[in-house]
Ligand binder design. Structure first.
Ligand SMILES: NC(=O)c1ccc[n+]([C@@H]2O[C@H](COP(=O)([O-])OP(=O)(O)OC[C@H]3O[C@@H](n4cnc5c(N)ncnc54)[C@H](O)[C@@H]3O)[C@@H](O)[C@H]2O)c1
Length: 254
């Protein structure tokens, strides 16, 4: 049995599905207790039933920034501490068949994408970071960025801007929280087989072989490929890594 993270509590957003779900399962397998956060109550219950007793579900809409301090208080009331924060929940704001254009988007689309992808991680970093500083003993924060933040084409502009913001947040938070023993890093996945790309599933294999989303190994990432790197960033093995963006896109961004 893996006990590398036993005694630790991890709050994982977006953990009802995809990369967040895979991350929650891996951190739980390493011995951590998991606060599963998502707006999808059914998905949360399904993940909790796989993990077993060492978990609690917290149904929350991360687009409602005002509710997030209360969410963190609820997690602290349930577990007593938070050692790991994984900001994974995210949306593109469009379906795979739509385009997002810098000269054609609605304010509602802008608010939704920035609210969930950037504002929520900022507020959760503030609330959980404050707890880690006061508690002492350090912690880990891992943000989920995207290869979209590093590309000019085939990169929805609002989504890309939100993920570039995540990279800046990662550096700033790493600098400020480093003296308190809190490491802050992000991972930048390329096309990964989750519900976010469900409507593109039929073409994923083709997408990574040829064209602007082609990667160097011509392979599609699975949620576990990304989750394994997030787990590494939560382990003592990565103690000298902070303020970094780790690319899990098979060389789509080099
Ligand atoms: N799949 C990819 O190809 C890919 C590539 C690069 C980056 N990412 C990033 O990976 C992260 C995880 O996405 P995924 O691919 O696993 O997609 P996913 O759709 O499978 O999972 C996203 C999760 O976030 C939750 N969520 C969305 N809005 C929410 C809200 N307002 N409140 C609470 N929960 C909310 C969803 O319910 C879902 O469980 C995202 O930040 C995404 O931008 C994904």
């Amino acid at each position: 049995m893996d006990t590398a993270l036993s005694g630790q509590v991890a709050l994982v957003t977006g953990s009802a599905s995809g990369i967040g779900r895979a991350t929650a399962l891996m951190l739980a397998a390493a011995g951590a207790q998991i606060a599963l956060v998502d707006r999808d109550a059914v998905g949360l219950a399904a993940v909790a039933s796989v993990i077993g007793p060492n978990t609690r579900t917290f149904e929350a809409d991360l687009g409602n920034g005002g509710s997030l301090p209360g969410l963190v208080s609820s997690v602290l009331a349930a577990f007593g501490r938070i050692d790991i924060l994984v900001n994974c929940a995210g949306i593109t704001g469009i379906s795979q068949t739509e385009r997002q254009s810098v000269i054609d988007f609605s304010d509602a689309q802008l608010d939704a994408v920035l609210g969930i992808n950037l504002r929520a991680p900022l507020i959760l970093t503030r609330e959980v970071g404050k707890h880690m500083v006061v508690r002492g003993g350090g912690g880990r924060i891992v943000n989920v960025s995207s290869s979209s933040a590093f590309r000019a084409t085939t990169s929805p502009p609002i989504y890309a801007a939100s993920k570039a913001g995540i990279n800046a947040l990662t550096r700033s938070a790493a600098a400020e929280l480093g003296p308190y023993g809190v490491n802050v890093n992000s991972v930048a996945p390329g096309p990964t087989r989750t519900s976010m790309l469900a409507s593109a599933d039929r073409h994923l294999e083709e997408l990574v072989k040829d064209g602007p989303l082609a990667n160097l190994t011509h392979t599609v990432s699975e949620p576990d490929d990304v989750a394994a790197v997030i787990r590494f960033l939560c382990l003592p093995d990565s103690r000298q890594m902070t303020g970094q963006v780790l690319h899990t896109s098979a060389g789509l961004v080099v």
